[in-house]
Every structure is written in structure tokens, then in C-alpha cells.
Write a protein that binds this ligand. Structure first.
Ligand code: SAH
Ligand code: SF4
Ligand code: F3S
Length: 481
């Protein structure tokens, strides 16, 4: 059963540009690692921390797993399907390992955390299992595995944020980058495995975030996305010993952090993900409105439009609270793009609950949504408390209706953009043609437009007027304004 359906199936942003981080000096490293990431942006961002730690140990990155001495899968447990994908991939790597016994295979991330040493019993050819908070111990674990031990570290931490580790950018387009600002989640939505795989919420040192953003800007990056499971609860109290002034001693909220990142340069775009409807504040919305370079786009997962289901999910807001939040966003930032996550067929969901989801989607007029079937995850509160009692066919038919509605909403949203002119940050060539550029507007929509004779580089901003659209992409042309 396909469990992830997005209205925008082909996202141009995932095109990558075959940009290897150490393409020139790969031969300086005597050992090579290959890493593949699954799941959320946080996992992709963690892989860049892992790459940095491995680089320090003399491992260079390779894109070709056949030449690797070490293969890592950074895994996701969010839905059963995500875990199945990883298991399938592991069987492929096992074949390679049989032919090359010195090869080490490691499992990182949320699935490693969920299954712990059970992984080694279930998947005999896995040598290393490391949870999201234990990457600093990779050098010791790799040494152990090289001398034939099975190496496991799945300890979760209350403090670890990898603040001092400078990520090695993998698969980067050189224009946009992720910055992890916090880890873990304290929310305990009943369907969700994340609090168990990523542990308690903690916020990263504000100075290390600002330094990373500044460094990226100096390297030519023009957009940073601040990452956390619930960015609105970012809260950092600077250490009194290292603080030089009272200003630095003041606690930093998410709104304050956004402002500080935005002030690095008006040429640096700032995005963030994910917001929780219960926590996003007016202060954040006003900060977004105040700075042109903070993008007008909010990912605000609804999950369900039924208050009864939201309660069972422990989302701590009602349908009315959610719709009021959307209204507030549109009041303060009239042209804000809004997207959502929706789960179809949560425990006890009735047709009426489902109709409630469709009506909130309609009134929110989402530009885009990620839509899923409910997938029961072992150990979660929902798995312990409620029966997964919505039959698969009903989950499927409800999901189909949700997807159809989102397709219509996305169509309407794109249609409204025809004739409008947007400031676009160029990310690279369009996937389909080197004669076209691909970029995004502030609302996070992908726009493709012909290069013509303009002398643009990726990382440049330009004004583009939209003339047409497909389901996932706006199509336009450069205008001089
Ligand atoms: N922290 C983010 C989302 C993390 S997971 C937030 O709070 O919104 C991304 C999305 O996966 C969730 O928003 C939810 O829609 C979906 N998801 C999580 N657990 C799921 C499950 N057990 N079955 C189906 N979808 C799930
Ligand atoms: Fe999971 Fe809820 Fe935390 Fe998001 S906010 S990671 S859905 S528990
Ligand atoms: Fe998956 Fe873990 Fe992210 S479960 S969605 S990789 S936090």
C-alpha cells in the first residue's frame, strides 16, 4: 500500500546537481563512505553531521556505493512503509557485502533507535546501529566494527544538539541549505513515533545557529531553512558564564531567532519547518511580515479536521482553533503560502470526521499537502490505547478523496498566480531542460522560466511573471521591473 501521496509528485527541488562535496580531493581520503537518507529533512540534515564526523576520521564521501568501505542508511520509522523501504534496500547491500566481506553496513536514525540491538538479530549483516543522538561515538563504533564486534549505541540525550559540528553539505545545489535549530519533540501526538526515536526536545545554542547561517551566506548560499519538529517552541537561554552582555542573557524565542537570522543579510532568504498550530505565535507572524527575506510560507499540519479525532491524536487544538489560526496568518501575511499534513483513517474515524477534514482543507485553501494513510506504529500511545479499526479500503477511499480535493486546491492556487510577478531565487537548471532555470518564489512554489539571453547564475534573484502552470510547477518569463 502506497502510504505517501503528495499532490506535487515531482518536486523540482529534489533534482540535486550531482555536486559531490569533496569531488576534487576524494582521493586524499584512504577510505570512503556512502550514505543514503530517508524520512524528514531532519534526517537529511543529520546525514551532513555524520559526514562531517566521518570526514574527521579520514573517510571521504562517495556517490557510488560499490567503491565504499562503509555504507550507512539513515532511516525513518514514521510509517510502516518507510521501514519496509529500508529493509528492502538492506537486502541489496547484503549482496554486495557477501562479495566484499570487509565492507561495513550501518543503520542510523529513527529505525535504529526504535529497534535497537534487535536490528542486529533481525538483519544479520548489519554491523553498526546508531541512534540520532549518538553520532559522536561513530569513530569508536566503526573501530569496534572493523575489529569484528557488533557495535550499537542508541542512547538518547537531553543535551545533544551537535551545535559545534560544522555539517558537510551533501547533494547540495550550493544555494539552499538546512540548519537544524532543535532536536527531539515533547508533543506526544498519539500516532507519532518521533518522541520515542528522537527523545526530548532541546534547542540549539543561538550563536552556533547564527554562525552556521553566516558561514553559508559567505559561501554563496542564499536560503536557509531552520529545522525542528516544532520550531515554534524553540527557546534558548544563553549560558550566563559565556554571556558578555544582558542582551545575550535574554532568552531567545523562535520569533527572535528568526529575526536574528533574517538580519544577517537581506539577500539571505529564511524558511522554517515545521510549525505546530498550537504554538505559532502572532510574534512569529509579525516578524515574518516585517522582514521581506523571511519567506511567506508556513507548513501548518492539520492532521484531521475533526475536533474529536484531534483530541484522540492529542494535537491539543480544535478545528475552530486551527481555522482561526489560518485566518490570523492571512490577516497578518495576506500572500502567505500554507501547506499541510493530513492523516486519513485514524482510529475510530467516521465519515463525518472525514467530512470535517475535507471542509477544513477547503476553507484553508492549501497550496500543497502531504497526505497519508494512518499507519499504526508499535509503542506509540495510539497503538497502546486505540484499535486501528478503520478498514484499509476505507482508509484508501478517504485518502483518494483528500488527494483529489488537494489537487483541486493546488490547481486553484496556481491558477490565481497566472499574471502575477514574483521575486524568484534561482536554484539551478530546470530538470527538463538546461535552457530553463528553476527557482522558487517566497511562497515556496517552484517556477521554471527560460534563460533567454539574461546573464543569471544560480543563487541570483530575478523577477518572473507567471504565464502558465502544470500541477506542480509555475511557468513564467523574466520581466524587468
Ligand atoms: N513534527 C511534524 C511532523 C512530523 S512527521 C509535525 O508535528 O507536524 C510528518 C507527518 O507524518 C506528520 O505531520 C503526520 O501527518 C505524518 N505521520 C506521523 N505519524 C504517522 C502515522 N503513524 N501514520 C501516518 N502518518 C503519520
Ligand atoms: Fe510527531 Fe506531533 Fe512531535 Fe510532530 S509534533 S514530531 S507529529 S509528536
Ligand atoms: Fe522519520 Fe525520524 Fe524524521 S521517524 S520523519 S526520520 S524524525
Amino acid at each position: 500500500m502506497q502510504d505517501l501521496i503528495t499532490a506535487k509528485v515531482h518536486d523540482e527541488s529534489r533534482q540535486g546537481e550531482a555536486y559531490a562535496p569533496f569531488a576534487n580531493d576524494i582521493n586524499d581520503y584512504n577510505k570512503k563512505f556512502y550514505i543514503e537518507s530517508y524520512g524528514c529533512q531532519m534526517n537529511f540534515s543529520d546525514s551532513e553531521i555524520v559526514a562531517s564526523i566521518l570526514q574527521g576520521e579520514g573517510f571521504g564521501a562517495t556517490r557510488n556505493y560499490e567503491e565504499a568501505d562503509l555504507i550507512f542508511l539513515n532511516t525513518c520509522s514514521i510509517r510502516e512503509k518507510a521501514e519496509q523501504t529500508v529493509r528492502k534496500r538492506l537486502t541489496e547491500f547484503k549482496k554486495i557485502k557477501q562479495a566484499k566481506p570487509s565492507l561495513l553496513v550501518g543503520v542510523l536514525g529513527c529505525m535504529a533507535e526504535r529497534l535497537k540491538s534487535k536490528f542486529l538479530e533481525e538483519e544479520k549483516l548489519v554491523d553498526i546501529v546508531v541512534g540520532p543522538d549518538a553520532y559522536r561515538t561513530l569513530p569508536v563504533l566503526i573501530d569496534g566494527a572493523e575489529s569484528g564486534q557488533k557495535s550499537v549505541n542508541v542512547l538518547l540525550s537531553r543535551e545533544e544538539t551537535y551545535a559545534d559540528i560544522s555539517p558537510v553539505r551533501l547533494d547540495s545545489n550550493g544555494v539552499t541549505a538546512f540548519i537544524s535549530i532543535m532536536r527531539g519533540c515533547n508533543n506526544m501526538c498519539t500516532f507519532c513515533v518521533v518522541p520515542f526515536t528522537r527523545g526530548r526536545e532541546r534547542s540549539r545554542d543561538v550563536d552556533s545557529i547564527l554562525n552556521e547561517a553566516r558561514q553559508l551566506f559567505e559561501q554563496g548560499y542564499r536560503e536557509v531553512t531552520l529545522l525542528g519538529q516544532n520550531v515554534d517552541s524553540y527557546y534558548y537561554v544563553p549560558d550566563s558564564l559565556s554571556s558578555m552582555s544582558n542582551e545575550e542573557f535574554t532568552p531567545v524565542t523562535f520569533a527572535k531567532l528568526l529575526e536574528k537570522v533574517a538580519q544577517i543579510s537581506p539577500e539571505l532568504r529564511v524558511r522554517f519547518s515545521t510549525s505546530h498550530p498550537k504554538d505559532i505565535t502572532d510574534e512569529v507572524l509579525f516578524t515574518m511580515a516585517k522582514y521581506e527575506n523571511i519567506c511567506n510560507y508556513i507548513h501548518l499540519p492539520l492532521q484531521s479536521g475533526s475536533t474529536r479525532i484531534l483530541q484522540l491524536m492529542n494535537r491539543t487544538y480544535t478545528r475552530e482553533w486551527y481555522t482561526a489560526k489560518v485566518k490570523r496568518i492571512r490577516e497578518i501575511i495576506p500572500d502567505c503560502g500554507i501547506s499541510s499534513d493530513i492523516i486519513a483513517g485514524f482510529c475510530t474515524e467516521t465519515n463525518e470526521d472525514h467530512a470535517g477534514t475535507l471542509s477544513v482543507m477547503e476553507s484553508s485553501a492549501y497550496d500543497m499537502s502531504y497526505m497519508f494513510f494512518y499507519s499504526e506504529r508499535p509503542g506509540t500511545l495510539a497503538a497502546r490505547r486505540y484499535a486501528d479499526d478503520v478498514p484499509e479500503e476505507i482508509k484508501k477511499s478517504r485518502l483518494k478523496e483528500i488527494v483529489e480535493l488537494q489537487n483541486r486546491l493546488s490547481y486553484n492556487s496556481n491558477k490565481k498566480d497566472v499574471g502575477k510577478t514574483f521575486k524568484v531565487l534561482i536554484e539551478g537548471n530546470s530538470k527538463k531542460s538546461d535552457a530553463d532555470w528553476m527557482g522558487r518564489n517566497s511562497q515556496n512554489k517552484v517556477i521554471v522560466f527560460p534563460k533567454e539571453n539574461y546573464n543569471f547564475q544560480k543563487g541570483d534573484y530575478t523577477m518572473v511573471r507567471v504565464n502558465d502552470f502544470t500541477q506542480a510547477t509555475l511557468i513564467g518569463e523574466v520581466v524587468n521591473v
